[in-house]
Design a protein around this ligand. Sequence first.
Ligand SMILES: *Cc1c(COP(=O)(O)O)cnc(C)c1O
Length: 454
Amino acid sequence: MTQYKYLLQEKDMPTHWYNILADMKAPPPPYRHPGTLELLGPDDLKPVFPEALIAQEVSTERFIEIPDEVQDALKMWRPSPLYRASRWEKALDTPAKIYYKWEGVSPPGSHKPNTAVAQCYYAKQEGLEGFSTETGAGQWGSALSFATRLFGLKCKVFMVAVSFQQKPYRRIAMETWGGEVVPSPSSETNAGRAILAADPESPGSLGIAISEAVEYAVTHDGYKYSIGSVIGFVLLHQTVIGLEAMKQMEMAGDYPDIVIGCAGGGSNAAGLIYPFLKDKLTGDRQDLRAVFVESTASPSMTRGIYAYDWGDTAKMAPLIKMHTVGHTFIPAPVHAGGLRYHGMAPSICALLEQGEAEARAYHQNAVLGAAVSFAQAEGLIVAPETAHAVRAVYDEAMACKESGESKVILFNNSGHGHFDLGAYDAYHRQDLPDYELDEAAIQKALTELPKIPA
Ligand SMILES: *Cc1c(COP(=O)(O)O)cnc(C)c1O
């Protein structure tokens, strides 16, 4: 009898997050101040983030305790199921064994509330009134609107304009949970007004929306800024995914040869991959392949350079040493709005540089094609972001078919695509453009990187 799913009990949930900084050969270089370009002092982030989160950001403790109230909130949808994609394996006629962790079971439908509830807990502890944030496709804004409500906080969301227009249902979901949503660039901040003055039709970008949200936080009493990806503490909170998956793979009697996640800022991929990568870094699983998959529309890992860059367009966020296509780069309006960030999480970038992980990029027709194949076998209609991971799994499964190897492939099914059916519709109608990125545009954006003092 085929076993399709591996389920944990609430009592089996992780009580600690895993901090990969404790096991990396070398940690990523520290953040720098957006204005002076000097190394950030411990107080520089205090106006922006809750203090407990700043402490987590610099911690090198291997395991960090998950507060009871956070565990309690996570229990609304966790532990999440791990599935064996037996039907898809059959459809692909591959000897590969494919598993996926399904994060679409959270109320907002993605992995994102895993960190949202943690951040809201610490904000509440600190006595804050609310959070401001940005959102691309609307998933992060949904997660934070949901989580702020659980902890009695207010939520101000700057939503990338192109997504605000393409995805009204996400806005309605955010408003239902009590979030206040404005399209970005907006006229509510200096950063937004400057962009609108130059281009009243600006489709916006995550970089611009981050600038607006940070500016809003530091100019409104009782508010701080909540971030959905890229930063270390976000990746830390997402490790509940991989920690659960390790137990579930053990139940299945398998260990992955390849672990795959799609990467916008890198949080869901790292959340699944890092607990497994610990086994590679600390010795006994040296053949494990960790694969981060991005969009060709925003190819930071595959075509960007590894350098310090601002985290946002208006240069308000700290400088991060990361793979970047430049903070001024505005990616094409692909449906995977969550993969349109110009940079990548610094720990992932350091791991790529250290040869512990690999990256690849796909066009949207390739990823939607794989997502349709997955949906027709497994039933789940995944988010366009997630579809990038699905495509990478497809290619690995096909390589196994070619070679006759029966590799174990595990991927993070980061969320459902129920609000993103427009992407599937465009694919079915063969009306989905594959954006060929102009090398000159990337090169131009890269000339605007900060000049770091020697
Ligand atoms: C936001 C999002 C992503 C991309 O963000 P990461 O921080 O890279 O994980 C991927 N999948 C889904 C479903 C998302 O909502």
